[in-house]
Design a protein around this ligand. Structure first.
Ligand code: KG4
Ligand code: ZN
Length: 343
């Protein structure tokens, strides 16, 4: 059995976790501590990189200790230290990776520099023991991608956004409407009492032969609608949010459906095709029910890991470390690995 300490600091969550390899394609989370900096950034309507980096410095040592304590282990019981080395905000990456290097050097344990997206991509194996190959839909504040996951270290991006990320579209819509940060949950809450058919927002890329997403036109349409009827009543805001979510649901249905069809074509013998969703937007109920129905339509298994493992966390980084160790895919000279804001 392997036990790995994971560290995640690529955005505005300071996180540490200890995960054990329970079986070759299944993990056991011994601890999973996430400190969200949302309040630190709320006044600015978005994540401020410099504030995030400083907050990671202040919080990380205590969070690593808390993760070890909750798991009931010390550094001596750990087989390796895994840290997010990119992509993300470089200040945060430096804090997490340097801390991991220091722990590795002091304890004599190997270091694994993990790609944040690989963490998201392998989470469904930690939680559900998902078998390769499968499709991952990653929808967060920074990413909107569909990735073919063929194996550990074998990823192929099948679709991406040509402009804004989906979470970004939620956040910008919230900002236009004067709703609090983070925008996704605010928009979802407001949409609950709104009329989804009042505004006919665009369904970007619909019918395109490209597999990609686009969301910036949607945000522009929201701004135009809001300006046209200002000042907005609470009901106007609710109706805009509901109509926005309707446009997102229709868009996901059409765009993701295209890629499910492609998977069917390329892997006709795959006995249990699966779509895994990850990223903060995966917490959205409308998004979940849309994908659930879509998967039923295409004969796919729909796997949505629990919310705390969909959003940024260190358990997924520790697990990616375990998978890399088991596959013999450690990086060559990890102590010399430099953080990569783009990767
Ligand atoms: O994965 P995540 O926690 O952080 C990264 O971006 O890496 O995702 C955060 C994003 C934000 O844009 C936030 O507004 C969005 O996920 N989000 C939601 C919901 N909860 C969080 N979007 C829609 N509905 C939600 N309930
Ligand atoms: Zn993420």
């Amino acid at each position: 059995m392997l036990r790995v300490l994971g560290i995640e600091t690529s955005c505005d969550e300071t996180a540490a976790s200890v995960v054990a390899s329970d079986s070759p394609a299944h993990g056991l989370i011994l601890s999973n501590i996430v400190f969200s900096q949302i309040e630190e950034h709320a006044a600015f309507g978005g994540v401020v990189p410099e504030i995030a980096a400083r907050a990671h410095v202040e919080a990380l040592d205590g969070i690593v200790q808390a993760a070890l304590d909750e798991a009931g282990v010390t550094l001596a019981d750990i087989d390796a230290v895994a840290a997010t080395a990119g992509p993300g905000l470089v200040g945060g990456l430096i804090v997490g990776l340097m801390t991991a290097k220091a722990i590795a050097a002091a304890s004599g344990k190997p270091l694994l520099a993990v790609n944040h997206l690989e963490g998201h991509a392998l989470t469904a194996r930690l939680t559900d023991g998902a078998a390769f190959p499968y499709l991952l839909l990653l929808v967060s504040g920074g990413h909107t991608q569909i990735v073919l996951v063929r194996g550990v270290g074998e990823y192929q991006r099948w679709a991406t956004t040509i402009d804004d990320a989906l979470g970004e579209a939620f956040d910008k819509t919230a900002k236009i409407l004067g709703l609090p940060h983070p925008g996704g949950p605010s928009v979802e809450r407001a949409a609950a009492s709104g009329n989804p058919t009042r505004f006919a927002f665009p369904r970007p890329m619909k019918g395109s032969h490209q597999p990609d997403f686009s969301f910036s036109g949607l945000k522009t349409a929201v701004r135009q609608a809001a300006t046209a009827i200002a000042p907005l009543t609470d009901q106007d805001v609710a109706d805009i949010c509901a109509s926005f979510q309707q446009a997102i649901a229709d868009t996901l249905h059409e765009r993701v459906g295209r890629t499910l069809a492609r998977f069917r074509q390329e892997f006709p013998d795959c006995p249990t095709p699966a779509l895994i969703v990850a990223g903060g937007v995966a917490a959205n109920k409308r998004v979940r029910t849309t994908l659930d129905a879509l998967c039923a339509e295409y004969g796919f298994q729909f796997i949505a890991p629990p919310g705390v493992l969909c959003t940024d966390n260190a358990a997924m980084i520790a697990w990616a470390g375990i998978e890399r160790l088991q596959a013999g895919l450690e990086s060559e000279n990890p102590m010399a690995f430099a953080p990569r804001s783009r990767w």
